[in-house]
Design a protein around this ligand. Structure first.
Ligand SMILES: Nc1ncnc2c1ncn2[C@@H]1O[C@H](COP(=O)(O)OP(=O)(O)O)[C@@H](O)[C@H]1O
Ligand SMILES: CC(=O)N[C@@H](CCC(=O)OP(=O)(O)O)C(=O)O
Length: 290
């Protein structure tokens, strides 16, 4: 099907109210490792981010890279292991995490955004010590804390570095690595970094891009809206599991802490970001505080 000129014009014109609404506002975009599989989609993502910046919004990218870490681990003969959606991270795994997140994945996104005319700057939480973290212990049914190695929970995020980049027209691209009091690195789930950063920056929107149409119910149907109460039910009956656990926890926390709108969207849909921000078409699941 070809789109007629009039339809094209109408689609473009539909963007105007959204451009006005979000101009000068911060949008935190979490780009999940599972949404990064296709070269064309990666290019589309980079173009969308550049476009948001050029029309006056402040996109801040936080990326994951779970599958990419798994691939490199396999090459060194290790198997990725997750508990409650968090990677068990021994010292050797942490080296791989830093190489993949702080290096390969971060630089690829930075290069793609710059290729399309943006000015992206890659950061980890070690830069300017802006994501301070401490060791995370998971809770268990018998109240015994579970030690999963060098995994961090966020103590504080200093927003000044990101704000400085925003005001100078740079696009921050952030890898989810935190730094402890002695300069030690911590592996942090990217959804948690994105959620906390959105809160700290007072973002207008938090968008979590992943590889499902959104949050699905037990029958596999898309839930377009999700309240805290429904989340509790879906946690309890196991409908939400694995990587969706930290994602929803972070989304809910951000929604409760005043982030304007929180969405989980399908990063496999071409230009999902533009569709979500600049059109009336709802894509994915919106997370509501109450
Ligand atoms: N109720 C649910 N609805 C949708 N996806 C779910 C649900 N529960 C668990 N998942 C899983 O969560 C995954 C997304 O989380 P994750 O693998 O961490 O992706 P990302 O790399 O984007 O953070 C989905 O691919 C799916 O397998
Ligand atoms: C502690 C923990 O699990 N950290 C994640 C960090 C990357 C991430 O979150 O990547 P996705 O968004 O692609 O899942 C990991 O090691 O896989």
């Amino acid at each position: 099907m070809t789109i007629e000129a009039a339809d094209k014009a109408s689609i473009l014109s539909e963007a105007l109210p959204y451009i006005r609404r979000f101009a000068g506002k911060t949008l935190v975009i979490k780009y999940g490792g599972n949404a990064m599989t296709d070269e064309k989609l990666k290019e589309d993502f980079a173009r969308d981010v550049v476009m948001l910046k050029l029309v006056g919004m402040n996109p801040v990218v936080v990326h994951g890279g779970g599958p990419q870490i798994n691939q490199l681990l396999e090459r060194v003969g290790k198997q990725g292991e997750f508990i409650q959606g968090m990677r068990v991270t021994d010292a050797e795994t942490m080296d791989v995490v830093e190489m993949v997140l702080g290096g390969l994945v971060n630089k690829e996104i930075v290069s793609l955004i710059n290729k399309h005319g943006g000015k992206a700057v890659g950061l980890t939480g070690k830069d300017g010590h802006f994501i301070r973290a401490k060791k995370l212990y998971l809770s268990s049914a018998d109240d015994e804390p579970i030690d999963i190695g060098q995994v961090g929970e966020i103590e504080a995020i200093d927003p000044s570095l990101v704000s400085l980049l925003d005001t100078r027209d740079f696009i921050p691209v952030i890898a989810p690595i935190g730094v402890g009091p002695d300069g030690e690195a911590y592996n942090i789930n990217a959804d948690l970094v994105a959620g906390r950063l959105a809160e700290t920056l007072g973002a207008e929107k938090l968008i979590l891009m992943t590889n499902t149409p959104g949050v699905l119910d037990k029958e596999g149907q898309l839930l377009t809206k999700l309240t805290a109460q429904r989340v509790d039910e879906l946690f309890a009956d196991g409908t939400i599991h694995g990587g969706m656990l930290p994602k929803i926890a972070s989304a809910l926390e951000a929604a409760k802490s005043g982030v304007g709108a929180v969405h989980i969207i399908d990063g496999r849909v071409p230009h999902a970001l533009l569709l979500e921000i600049m059109t009336a078409a709802g894509v994915g699941t919106m997370i509501l505080a109450a």
